[in-house]
Design a protein around this ligand. Structure first.
Ligand code: 6PG
Length: 236
């Protein structure tokens, strides 16, 4: 099964279209569970939603979780939660109980265990595994996704829902959900923009030799849509 590829002239056009899809999904049923990523594209999407669709979305329907988080307090500029608060959550009327942050200031191993339980408590399970309605993913220039980096690619296949990872250069700890949860989602969206991603996008979407060393290549092709700008799609 081939994933769907959507290619847009620029980040802005991609974000506008994705924001529209997000609105439709959230308004479609009483409880919608979404796992959010950090990164540059979600930031623009959040800005667009806050500006254009804040009133039109039934915020009480949606429960936000995170794909990954840096192990820092929620006030730190590195925090994915802080980015989401600044660009979206502080501007819309979402019930506090619908926001399930990874607690970056907790001891990493304890937080990975605690967060797995929080997911299990709130995300309906299918065949014994929690199933998000939508997981948003980005891809790093090195082919990482969530916080599964190429040098720790084995974390993808962990039997656990969440793991502790470390950034390969800074050593900063991260909490990440694993392939077990990501690939079980009803829908997966890869949001990838910029020239720096073009080569990896080609290698992974065309399943070229060597693709398997990149965690982004392990994302299930079923229910997957790539949202690319022209630059990221430049080699396909
Ligand atoms: C994080 C992310 C990470 C991100 C990619 C892409 O917290 O670092 O969740 O996996 O999605 O690095 O980031 P950009 O969209 O900024 O390229």
């Amino acid at each position: 099964m081939k994933p769907e590829l959507k290619i847009y002239p620029d980040k802005q056009a991609l974000s506008k279209d994705f924001a529209k899809e997000l609105k439709m999904l959230i308004n479609s049923k009483d409880k919608v569970t979404i796992a959010l990523s950090g990164g540059s594209t979600p930031k623009i999407i959040f800005d667009i939603i806050a500006e254009e669709a804040a009133e039109a979305i039934k915020w009480e329907n949606v429960h936000f979780y995170w794909v990954d988080e840096r192990c820092v307090p929620p006030t730190d500029s590195d925090s994915n939660y802080k980015m989401t608060v600044d660009h979206l959550l502080s501007k819309v009327n979402i019930p506090k109980g619908n926001v399930h942050r990874m607690v970056g200031e907790n001891t990493p191993a304890e937080e990975a265990t605690r967060y797995a339980k929080e997911i299990e408590a709130g995300v309906p399970a299918v065949n014994g595994v929690p199933q998000f309605d939508l997981v948003l993913l980005g891809m790093g220039d090195d082919g990482h996704t969530a916080s599964v980096f190429p040098y720790q690619i084995n974390l993808w296949d962990s039997p656990n829902l969440c793991e502790v990872a470390a950034h390969p250069e800074s050593g900063q700890n991260r909490i990440t959900i694993t392939g077990k949860v990501i690939n079980h989602a009803k829908q997966i969206a890869f949001l990838v923009t910029g020239k720096g991603k073009a080569e990896k996008v080609r290698v992974i979407t065309k399943e070229e030799a060597g693709a398997e060393q990149f965690p982004a290549s392990l994302v299930s092709k079923e229910n997957l849509t790539w949202y690319l700008d022209k630059e990221a799609a430049g080699e396909i």
